[in-house]
Design a protein around this ligand. Structure first.
Ligand code: ATP
Ligand code: MG
Length: 158
């Protein structure tokens, strides 16, 4: 179904902001003011963004900033979530979307989880004919990005 990506992303962040204390995590938004129509299943996309933002919080230190960006490109919309957390070592990056994969078993065990969040995220993105990828630097932070297709408005000439 068609939905407005701008209000969608803002609402998800609003919910996380209400659930976290200010000194815990700060959210920054780089989101256009105008409506951006995309095609998507709202419930599934909510689960996708929830999984990515909850990772950003989980793997960030207290007082970290999470920056959520909504970028309209020519043929697709890119949504990214950047954190200032522990990062992912280069050798582990190719595996983070695998089911049950967790980077550092000892580290992750304290934080809880099953290692399914990103595998589900990837399935949802694939079902929307999009892409998901990560760029990360160990000890510096991580950015997860995914794409969504525009809802092409009939007769706009593009
Ligand atoms: P679950 O999501 O099932 O509760 P999880 O968070 O461990 O458990 P995933 O969300 O699939 O599992 O993430 C897989 C692994 O990738 C994590 O265990 C963690 O090691 C690493 N990871 C994911 N997101 C980040 C991030 N933002 N910063 C650093 N490491 C991350
Ligand atoms: Mg997770």
């Amino acid at each position: 179904a068609s939905m407005n990506a701008t209000t969608f992303v803002n609402h998800v962040i609003d919910r996380f902001e209400m659930a976290t204390k200010n000194q815990e995590i700060q959210f920054k938004r780089k989101i256009p003011d105008r409506a951006i129509p995309v095609m998507g299943d709202r419930d599934k996309l909510t689960q996708l963004l929830d999984n990515i933002i909850s990772n950003a919080i989980k793997y960030s230190p207290e007082g970290g900033t999470i920056t959520c960006t909504l970028k309209p490109e020519k043929d697709r919309v890119v949504i990214s979530v950047k954190d200032e957390g522990v990062g992912i070592p280069k050798d582990n990056i190719p595996h983070v979307f695998d089911r049950f994969y967790r980077v550092d078993k000892a580290r992750s065990r304290n934080l809880g989880g099953t290692g399914l969040g990103l595998a589900i995220a990837k399935e949802i993105v694939n079902a929307h004919a999009g892409h998901i990828w990560v760029s990360s630097e160990w000890g510096r932070g991580t950015t997860f990005s995914f794409t969504l297709p525009y809802d092409e408005v009939e007769g706009d000439g593009s």
